[in-house]
Design a protein around this ligand. Structure first.
Ligand code: MAN
Length: 517
């Protein structure tokens, strides 16, 4: 850098970059501020805080509050030094770094009075940076070309889906018509079936009624026999004393039946006649009575096999005239009868009508299923058409595809617009990190990140979720996954879908490139 020594105070006015060769300005001043440093006038501090003679500029003494009088020395703590960095990118550094022995500017201008030995590397750095920028621009351009293809494919998918919906709608109309016909056939067949079964319904009801009556008679007979058994003096009245001699009523098992215990079974009456006994008392007494006769089976138990039914112990006293066998219950007779009752054999004509109705029902069910399947398929396609696949449908071709990334512990899988999952490398089972949620990029960068929400719960934490940052790249690829906060994952996905059409090089850049070459 060529510097002129100006005036008495060793202030330096330096010639700057090649493209600003003729603009002389104090050291550390940028081209844009050069006009504010006019050596023929007093210097106005840039923040308006004061005015000093121009000779005070860069005199290594801080006069202005904003440090603007010392752009080229480290005298002001808050000053700013501008490196022109010709050949590379200009830079502003805090002026406290001027001559501190550290090379901050690639043109070495910040170390003009130190032993740092800084050399100008701007040319090499500039060349490398331009090379990198060119490479990035080429990548953008290739990516953008691929994006154009993705857009085209997205548009085609929509077209195909729409025509598929049309096709399905006409199949639906046809299937609905068919279902209507099958339903009419079914209704007719069922009418006939119902009429034919009517006579069997009457038969079945009669059978049921007969069965109920038989059971009632049986129970009444049981009651009569028990009454006769318990009514020791056979006077037709059952009294408390007659129960006291029966150990079966010893509720608390203390070896004797108290009047209270006996009365309990007579429903707190002193005595009952046969009629009352049958209608009310027996119901209360029956379980204990039957248990005593070893033939009661609680209703919820399956009847034991015959050989398992315990027989009364021989020493058990039996009153004369006892006919315990009469009280056998739960031998399964009812079950068999019920089964027999259910299995009605229809006459041939009825059977044919039942079969025809069954066949009509099954044909109708098939038609109905077809209608429902088509309806579901239409709904599914309509739902995917409503997903926001980007302003130009550029993300649509990613639907139905999945991308993986493996780190030391886990394999992560991203299925765009569906889900994000995590799978331990050693072990089984996937952990759901989230379901497709929404686009989360800010303002005009809405499509630069997406969020998958409502994943599996995290112990003592939020439900898992994943944010996917999208970067321009020439292939669709999951390139990184991290977990910055527990159960909050960050995916980085490269895709041409976010590449922009590269801006053409400015004339200045073209000029620069030519000069470089
Ligand atoms: C699993 C993984 C981890 C997560 C912990 C939280 O080990 O899903 O990513 O941090 O659970 O307990």
């Amino acid at each position: 850098m060529k510097c002129l020594l100006v005036l008495l105070f060793m202030k330096t006015i330096c010639e700057s970059t090649s493209n600003a060769a003729e603009v002389l300005r104090p050291r550390g001043v940028s081209l844009s501020l050069a006009s504010l440093y006019d050596a023929s006038k007093e210097f106005h501090c840039l923040d308006g805080s004061g005015m000093v003679p121009f000779k005070y500029v860069n005199d290594d003494y801080c006069d202005c509050q904003d440090g603007s009088d010392e752009p080229g020395t480290s005298a002001c703590p808050n000053g700013s030094f501008h490196c022109t960095n010709a050949g590379h990118i200009p830079l502003n550094i805090p002026s406290s770094r001027v001559n501190d022995g550290v090379c901050d500017c690639c043109d070495a201008s910040d170390e003009y009075n130190s032993n740092s030995g800084c050399v100008n590397t701007c040319r090499e750095l500039g060349r490398a940076a331009r090379e990198e920028a060119r490479r990035a621009q080429e990548e953008q351009a290739r990516g953008y070309q691929l994006k154009v293809n993705m857009i085209q494919e997205g548009v085609n998918i929509i077209k195909n889906k729409k025509s598929k919906i049309e096709e399905l709608r006409s199949s639906l109309a046809e299937a609905e018509g068919e279902r209507g016909e099958k339903e009419a056939v079914k209704n007719e067949a069922e009418e006939k079936e119902k009429a034919a079964l009517e006579k069997y319904r009457v038969i079945m009801e009669e059978k049921d009624a007969a069965k109920r009556a038989e059971e009632q008679a049986k129970e009444e007979q049981e009651a009569r026999e028990a009454f006769a058994h318990l009514d020791s003096d056979a006077d037709g009245i059952l009294v408390v004393d007659e129960l006291i001699s029966r150990s079966m009523f010893d509720t608390n098992r203390d070896g004797q039946v108290t009047p209270e215990e006996a009365k309990f079974y007579l429903r707190e009456e002193e005595s009952v006649n046969l009629e009352t006994f049958i209608s009310t008392t027996w119901k209360m007494m029956r379980p204990v009575y039957m248990m005593d006769h070893r033939s009661f089976i609680p209703p919820t138990m399956t009847p034991p096999a015959e050989e398992e039914i315990p027989t009364p112990p021989e020493e058990e006293p039996m009153d004369e005239g006892d006919d315990d066998d009469d009280y056998s219950m739960g031998d399964g007779d009812e079950e068999v009868e019920a089964t027999e009752t259910d299995e009605i054999k229809y006459d041939d004509e009825t059977q044919q009508l039942v079969d025809a109705a069954e066949a009509a029902r099954s044909t109708f069910t098939e038609s109905d299923k077809r209608v429902r399947d088509i309806t579901r398929e239409i709904k599914h396609i309509e739902d995917t058409l409503n997903i926001d696949f980007g302003p130009e449908e550029e993300f649509r071709i990613l639907e139905g595809r999945c991308f993986e990334y493996t780190d030391r512990e886990y394999t992560y899988k991203l299925c765009p617009f569906d889900k994000a999952v995590q799978k331990p490398r050693s072990g089984h089972g996937e952990t759901r990190l989230g379901q497709w949620g929404l686009w989360t990029g800010e303002e005009d960068k809405k499509y630069s990140s997406m969020k998958y929400t409502d994943g599996q719960g995290c112990w003592n934490g939020p439900n898992r979720s994943a944010e996917v940052r999208l970067l321009c790249g020439v292939e669709n690829k999951l390139v990184a996954v991290s977990e910055p906060n527990r159960c909050e994952y960050q995916f980085v996905f490269q895709t041409p879908a976010v590449c922009f059409k590269p801006e053409p090089l400015s004339e200045e850049e073209i000029e620069h490139t030519h000069t470089e070459l």
